[in-house]
Design a protein around this ligand. Sequence first.
Ligand code: NAP
Length: 321
Amino acid sequence: MKQKIVAYKTLPADVTEYLREHLDVTFVDASDTEAFAAALKDADGAIGASVKVTPAMLEGSRIKALSTISVGYDQFDVPDLTQRGIVLAHTPDVLTESTADTVFSLILASARRVVELADWVKAGHWKASIGPAQFGVDVQGKTLGIVGLGRIGGAVARRAALGFNMKVLYTNRSANEVAEREYGARRVELDELLASADFVCLQVPLSDATRHMIGAAELQKMKKSAILINASRGAIVDEKALIAALEAGTIHGAGLDVFEKEPVDPASPLLRMPNVVALPHIGSATHETRHAMARCAAENLVAALSGTLGNNIVNREVLAR
Ligand code: NAP
């Protein structure tokens, strides 16, 4: 008999077909928390994204593997999963380049005021040759500070150093030797990065150690001319402090793909600021990459449930139990 799994996100048809070749698949609408929790109680595994899976939802279940269609795994209590013997798989690498493209589009759009000025043209304001009131700032040749230079940060560093002749600074707990060698990236303390960078780009995972890593004190340390780019997780930044800093002119602007609460409140002051570019969490959202992520997550789940998964495991310790 096939093992049962719950899919809590719509999947491409060919990925569903692949899963059904190996497993008994039930789709559930995860916005119905009770139905989702009930479905988990009668499953061996689950696949999905963007929904919190709490220890309470797993209590009394026989779940052996969870597969998230994302690289970030902040929707899970990883130590709890490990203690329950549940393998958690994720989808690194396949989304790295698309997400780095999103980061770079935020850098360019913020610096060159692309969204603001495109709206200005559409509103019929372009009546004469433009002047300094419409000028932006250069990206090429500037200093980029990457907070968390891992897979995505590395792809951003490559674009910056090789494509835009930028100087790259970064913070990490450990050195990224490839980025240092190939892109001239220099590892510095966070304070030095904040004080020197023209663009501060956040690419750390969300954890207890990184939550509100950028608050009022850190924003104060940035250059008045600097632009903050966040395409990691909203809660890395204290959003209230960011709003205050933008209102006070402490920093020049922000490019945001993620927010503390998503979807962002339409009444958020951030959405009224011309110097803020706001995107609806589109980091990896291309047809090609989202398909590759779904396929990767499906393969992870099938392998995890057959005991053959060798990579893409968040809590490798669980295998040693
Ligand atoms: P990764 O390869 O693990 O890179 C994360 C980097 O952050 C590593 O270099 C790591 O280096 C550093 N780091 C981790 N904890 C830290 C801490 N406490 N202090 C300082 N640095 C720390 O992950 P990735 O694949 O690049 O993805 C990064 C994050 O991007 C994901 O977790 C996800 O939240 C986000 N993301 C967002 C989107 C989107 O749609 N906007 C799409 C994909 C990913 P050390 O371990 O040496 O510290």
